[in-house]
Write a new protein. Sequence first.
Length: 116
Amino acid sequence: MVADPWIRALKLFVVLAGIVILVGSGVLVWLLARGAPREVAKGVDPPAGAPTAATPPAPIVADLALPAGAAILDMTSDQDRIVLLLRNPAGQDYLAVIDAATGTRRALLRIVPEGR
């Protein structure tokens, strides 16, 4: 009895797919076991200001003056500014706009009802 040519092709495909899966899994395991390269390419200097392994980056510390007793209710940010929604103990709301790079306050806006 002669096997159908489609069945033979399907069997060949299954065997080849199994081999590809096994080889791919082996390569993946080998790459994971080998790990990432740890040394920097010789002759290439890191960009200016980039932290090196020997010197951790310095922490950024800045004081932010807020109205006395103000609580931060909400915060949003983008690349160059941070906006805080503040409320003082008397219930007055403020928006504080802060420079994200330096931590200095750009503006302090008091929120008042329209017509005041």
